[in-house]
Ligand binder design. Structure first.
Ligand SMILES: N[C@@H](CCC(=O)N[C@@H](CS)C(=O)NCC(=O)O)C(=O)O
Length: 275
């Protein structure tokens, strides 16, 4: 391999190669006009069943399972491999062009919410659920919720990208991000050795945010990397992930907006997932 010498000014000359290269570009904004569909429910979710998308559908299914009928929702598929995230209506909700995005139409004016952490918080506050009310519990919940937002890009964009998706295996990059992924697993393992859930004794939106990433990793669902990262060593994370994975609402939420397997590409009523 010839050594790369960066030019004075970077230009977007060619696709970077590897998976997802076709959707990567150095500019924001819409690429085309596209109207988003609107269903019957006040909550309109535009998403895809990736770990970031699953956080929100898990919460919505948990809310419904807990009896919050106002959490009924329409979940529409945004196929990011086809570039749906660059359609004009979607960019109108999320200027960052990434799933998940939510339109809450329950008030006089629609409220747009983007970034999964903001969506989880919006819904948890709206229904008064899965977010502790006492200041200490709330602080713990937000701490682990924001930990996920800052940490998972190293797991997905760093480790997952270079281990599973990059067109060439670069030892330096895989070493750097394996070290960080394992450090993060150890952070979680130490916390979960002392605490049943991340924010304390109760299951909260922090667990729902962290589970699809790090739970998925230790359950062997992400990047085919369970053996490579010795995930079985993180026994407390495995215990926590298995308990969350066994929840009926989690099983339902993981299927929404998923393409293939037992996925449900669109969800408009409970029975869409039952079949
Ligand atoms: N920090 C964001 C991350 C969202 C994100 O990275 N979404 C990915 C799918 S998992 C996406 O839509 N990618 C499309 C693109 O980058 O064009 C969140 O938590 O909502």
């Amino acid at each position: 391999m010839t050594e790369y010498v960066p030019p004075k000014v970077w230009t977007w000359a060619q696709p970077s190669g590897g998976e997802f290269a076709n959707i990567n570009r150095p500019i924001a904004g819409p690429t085309h006009e596209a109207t988003l569909p609107v269903g019957a429910h006040p909550l309109q979710l535009y998403s895809l069943g990736t770990p970031n998308g699953q956080k929100v559908t898990i919460l919505l299914e948990e809310l419904l399972a807990a009896g919050h009928v106002g959490a009924e929702y329409d979940a529409w598929l945004i196929d990011i491999r086809k570039g749906d995230q660059f359609g004009s209506d979607f960019v109108g909700i999320n200027p960052n062009s990434k799933i998940p995005a939510l339109l809450d139409r329950s008030g006089p004016e629609p409220i747009r919410v983007f970034e999964s952490g903001a969506i989880l918080t919006h819904l948890a506050e709206k229904f008064g659920a899965f977010l502790p009310a006492d200041p200490a519990g709330r602080a713990a919940c937000f701490s682990w919720l924001f930990w996920q937002m800052g940490s998972a890009p190293y797991l997905g964009g760093g480790f997952g990208h270079f281990y599973a998706y990059a067109p060439t295996k670069i030892e330096y990059a895989i070493d750097r991000f394996s070290m960080e992924a394992k450090r993060q697993l150890d952070v979680l393992n130490r916390r979960l050795a002392d605490s049943e859930y991340l924010a304390g004794a109760d299951y909260t939106i922090a667990d729902m945010a962290v589970f699809p990433w790090y739970g998925g990793l230790v359950l062997g669902r992400l990047y085919n990397a369970a053996e490579f990262l010795s995930v079985a060593d993180y026994t407390h994370v495995v215990r926590w992930a298995e308990a969350i994975d066994a929840r009926a609402a989690v099983k339902r939420g993981r299927r929404v907006n998923r393409i293939g397997d037992d996925g449900v590409t669109e969800r408009h009523k409970a029975s869409d997932i039952d079949v």
